[in-house]
Design a protein around this ligand. Structure first.
Ligand code: GDP
Ligand code: MN
Length: 379
């Protein structure tokens, strides 16, 4: 789950990271009022959950309340990378000399978070990472001990900060590492961290991506969720309690179990097909849940065949089969379906599905091959 810039910066501020004290406006007139209150030049910033707002024209400097209103009006009418701008942040503008990048991500290869910093921060950081990766300095964070003060200071020196600024930089880096750990984040970022005209540091932008699997421990943060963040299909899946990821292929997959779902996708690919989604319907076989899953799969018009791969365990194969048949009564479709059921009461399950005119396969290989053939034939 992503947080908006203003939400991220509010959290940063609680940890002692200096941020401009701005306010959010939902219409141009309030933007103007906020600018009047601030009483000096401001930046008007689109609050949408994508990067690259600056380049898209979603970040504008305004010298007067009039100009603020004008920019807010324009920005509130924009759609950035498909997301409508519904609110703007009005921050006091900060005169700056330089832009630093500071962020933490989970490095799966190392199995640890890594802090990254660069003196070439700002809007071109992706380009910097591509053409001169040596300008990005890294420190691995020990997952148990956390970022150490010496590491934070070392990073400051390694990116060539003036000695005077290193203690302040280290304080911010330590605070950011605490934000990352405390919120169970998968990414936290300040880009840019300004070196101001007065030689202090200010977080001009903020980004925080939380680990969805940890949100149960952070109900306060979960409340900040912006429904615009998710695509319709993903939102529906979350509400139905399904893990669903849309992909670009044409074979829909309905599987009980995440590992089995991955294996199913692999086998489809092995036989030359392309999965249209990852879907784990989880345990249980309630018809409503299966129907929700089926609706999600079929909402994708690329889908030419559906492969159901069911492992009957505690939830028996015949129960799942009955759920599927009931779901098919709820969701009418002509898209061909192939089912493979193994495990507890698999035979009964297969019979139920065969009676419902569904093709059944006796192995995953066979099922995948059948689905791939159907999908290819329909092109
Ligand atoms: P992003 O493009 O979505 O990452 O949005 P940012 O918040 O990073 O803003 C983009 C750029 O706008 C920054 O890299 C800065 O150059 C500039 N900017 C943002 N806030 C201020 C500010 O308060 N003062 C000045 N001078 N520039 C700013
Ligand atoms: Mn930025």
């Amino acid at each position: 789950m992503k947080l908006h810039e203003h939400q991220s910066k509010e959290i940063f501020a609680r940890y002692g990271i200096p941020t401009p004290k701005g306010k959010v406006a939902y219409d141009a007139e309030s933007a103007r009022e906020i600018a009047k209150e601030i009483g000096k030049p401001v930046v008007v910033k689109a609050q949408v959950l994508v990067g690259g707002r600056g380049k898209a024209g979603g970040v504008k400097l305004a010298k007067t309340p009039d100009e603020t209103e004008q920019h807010a009006e324009n920005i509130l009418g924009m759609t950035i990378k498909g997301l409508p701008v519904r609110k703007v942040l009005i921050d006091p503008a900060v005169p700056n000399k330089a832009e630093i990048y500071l962020g933490i991500v989970v490095d799966r290869a190392q199995g640890a978070p890594v802090m990254m910093a660069s003196s070439a921060g700002g809007m071109e950081i992706e380009e910097v990472a591509r053409v001169s990766p040596e300008k990005i300095k890294r420190e691995t964070i020990d997952p148990v001990l956390g970022l150490q003060a010496y590491q934070a200071r070392a990073l400051g020196y390694r990116i060539g900060l003036d000695k005077k600024l290193v203690p302040e930089f280290a304080k911010i880096a330590m605070a950011l590492a605490r934000v990352f750990a405390d919120t169970d984040a998968s990414l936290v970022e300040i880009n840019p961290l300004f070196i101001t005209a007065e030689d202090s540091l200010v977080a001009a932008d903020g980004k925080l991506v939380l680990d969805d699997s940890a949100l149960d421990r952070h109900h306060d943060l979960e409340m900040l969720r912006d429904p615009d963040e998710e695509q319709d299909a993903e939102r529906e899946a979350r509400r139905a309690g399904l893990s669903f990821v849309k992909l670009d292929g044409n074979i829909g997959c309905m599987v009980n179990g995440a590992g089995l779902a991955m294996a199913t996708m692999d086998v489809i690919k092995f036989y030359g097909g392309e999965p249209a989604n990852f879907l784990d319907i989880g345990g249980g076989a309630k018809a409503d849940k299966v129907a929700a899953a089926l609706r999600l799969i079929l909402a994708d018009t690329n889908v030419k065949a559906v492969l159901l791969n069911i492992f009957g365990g505690i939830t028996r194969g015949d129960e799942v089969a009955r759920g599927i048949v009931e779901a098919l009564n709820q969701v009418k479709t002509d898209v061909p379906m192939v089912a493979r059921i193994v495990g507890t009461n698999a035979e009964e399950g297969r019979k139920i599905l065969a009676n419902a005119n569904m093709q059944t396969a006796s192995s995953l290989e066979e099922g995948a091959r059948m689905a791939v053939e159907i999908a290819k034939g329909s092109n």
